[in-house]
Design a protein around this ligand. Structure first.
Ligand code: Q46
Ligand code: ZN
Ligand code: ZN
Length: 318
């Protein structure tokens, strides 16, 4: 984003500038920051051909600033790009600080305001356990990794049930830079070779995934959400403190302070120059995707990770 300003005027009008845009050096007021931000996201969508006319896009909403900002931007773009939005909220059953309930209410209020019906999936009702239950079981796997697996699974299932052809998420540039750092540390070539703003459709298995905030800094989104008076969940998930990715996120933020624009350069550069090299290696040993024997969802094994997790949870009484 940029440096907060106080006494100078906006480049496009006479109002006081509230910040200097990092990339162009332009000073902008509130109205022109909002315009700049929305145009930038629109350009990302166009550049990577994320949305086409007639698309049915499932939008995963957590209630946080990223997905709520994306919901509002999508609603604004709906007429221009002519696509359908299906908002979805996954209720993880986190009771501490009423986290899931508060998030659910915020999502519902935002959707109602925009005239959209939100699809709510309560994992406790649908699969018989909540994230609180999983946490109490103390599986060897970190809770956020289990939670990520559950969310990906639910999103995939819903794409099939609702016959949508795209899934959008609010992952931002800082999340992407953190993902790169984490997987470089882990030398996970498979995950690195899948890195990008858009994942292609795998016919009958996975629909295309899009990340319209791939090139948008997290603090730009926060400022946009504040200036637009958006209602979003501003408390962090009670399990987030255990997430090692938070520490990596801080490293990215520090890097950005030392070298402004570094995260953007890293994410764009990796996608353009390094990913194609990794992809060619990956294609040579492409894993075979089949359907899970229990639930029928795509997996590279006989039984998918979700069904194996479910089985492990079922074997323990809560
Ligand atoms: S919701 Fe789930 Fe996050 Fe909470 S348990 Fe971890 S992954 S922190 S985005
Ligand atoms: Zn202005
Ligand atoms: Zn399965």
């Amino acid at each position: 984003m940029g440096v907060r300003m106080s006494s100078k005027s906006c480049r496009f009008c006479s109002k006081p500038a509230i910040l200097r845009i990092r990339y162009s050096g332009l000073l902008v007021c509130k109205k022109h920051f909002i315009e700049y931000f929305e145009k930038r996201v629109f350009r990302t969508i166009q550049k990577y051909k994320m949305i086409r006319e007639g698309d049915k896009v499932l939008l995963g909403l957590s209630g946080g600033k990223d997905s709520i900002a994306l919901l509002h931007i999508f609603t604004n773009l709906q007429n221009t790009l002519k696509f359908e939005i299906l908002p979805l909220f996954i209720d993880l059953g986190i009771q501490l600080n009423n986290y899931s309930q508060v998030s659910s209410e915020i999502v519902k209020r935002n959707c109602k305001k925009l005239g959209l019906d939100v699809i709510i999936v309560k994992i406790k009702d649908e699969y018989g356990f909540s994230i609180d239950n999983v946490s109490a079981k103390k599986l060897r796997r970190p809770i956020c990794s289990v939670c990520g697996l559950i969310k990906r699974y639910v999103l995939n299932r819903k794409t099939l049930e609702l016959s949508v052809n795209k899934v959008a998420t609010g992952h931002n540039l800082n999340d992407e830079a953190t993902f790169l750092l984490q997987n470089i540390i882990n030398t996970d070539v498979d995950l690195l070779s899948k890195f990008g703003p858009i994942q292609p459709t795998l016919e009958g298995l996975f629909v295309s995934r899009i990340k319209p905030f791939f090139e948008t800094y997290e603090d730009d989104i926060s400022l946009y959400a504040t200036l637009k008076n958006l209602e979003y969940v501003d408390t962090t998930c009670p399990y987030a403190k255990d997430a090692s990715t938070l520490q990596l996120k801080t490293i990215i933020a520090n890097l950005e302070n030392i070298r402004p624009g570094a995260a953007l350069a890293m994410v764009k550069g990796f996608y353009k120059k390094i990913k194609p090299l990794l992809q060619s290696i990956r294609e040579e040993r492409e894993e075979k995707i089949t359907k899970c024997k229990i639930c029928g969802m795509p997996t590279s094994m006989e039984i998918c990770s979700f069904c194996r997790l479910r089985d492990r949870i079922a074997k323990t009484n809560f």
